[in-house]
Design a protein around this ligand. Sequence first.
Ligand code: UFG
Length: 340
Amino acid sequence: MKRILVTGGTGYIGSHTVVELINNDFEVIIIDNLSNSQIDVLDGIEKITGTKPEFYNIDLADKTKTLDLLSQIKSIDAIIHFAAYKAVGESVSEPLKYYQNNLNSLMNIIEAMKTNNINSLVFSSSCTVYGQAKILPVTEQSPIIKADSPYGNTKQIAEEIIYDSIFADENLKGIALRYFNPIGAHESAEIGELPIGSPNNLVPFITQTAIGIREQLQVFGSDYNTTDGTAVRDYIHVVDLAKAHVIAISRLLENINKLDFEVFNLGTGVGNSVLEVINTFEDVTGEKLNYKIVERRAGDIEKVWADTSFANKELGWKTEKSLGEALLSAWVREKKYRGV
Ligand code: UFG
């Protein structure tokens, strides 16, 4: 059994990936400091898979603790590094918090890999590296333009840190996965997306409004150059996204990667507007959403969606779930979590 260390493994994408890894016979070790997740996510993972992964709570930005822990955990075959802060707005007001956490943790992980002979790394990157692309859909070759936020900049710099580290070390190899907008929850509804505090992202805000925790959803902007004037994103079911991580890690472990550092877009290839997401949510759940159109949100781009052909071909992966299925799963999870 290959042993995979998953940092940020109790987080939203991390926990869904842990489930897919265990279901594909990997042994998982999680490191998470619970800064934006809760320990009982481990119980959800156990209910789904029958296995409770080994868990360590340390701050990966602490170099001594990271190096100590990774030398104690024996026989790690590969690492998936999710752990990072991800609130775009907060990163603008507290940039150093983002640079310190997101970059130091990555550098500490790479250093620990080198000292412990761990050679394979899968990294959580983001479509935010493309900013507002001039040509859509975006391919992996689309230009990386100056980031709109410190958060986005940490993803750009992180990819460069990984690239340079791999270039300098013949043993290291890695894959950066550029996520579009992950939404939804595991079909069991035992795990899902649970941001601490008021959600920044659209879908948790929708489900929390529908269940009555938030009074009203604000739709940020209706004067974009899109079909209905609201912004367009490529919403991907988190389980489809999680499955791509199993393929990426296997690709590295089986040495079938074509380059030492590879980059893939993970999206559906389809863009949907905010109003389309709201209408689809109402259709599939039968719930009426209280929403209001307000000003644009600072830092938002108008539209982006993925060209998925490279990931489809190279990884032999494509998304299987629709927007409606993703939204329904998020709603089922919200209700189960709230005991409704
Ligand atoms: N939106 C609303 N109302 C809300 C929340 C969002 O109208 O209450 C709109 C946004 O304006 C945007 C769309 O819904 O048009 C999606 O917004 P999200 O906040 O869900 O996601 P983003 O596209 O802004 O994605 C950003 C970064 C990603 C990052 C993600 C996670 O671009 O890289 O946030 O925080 F991963």
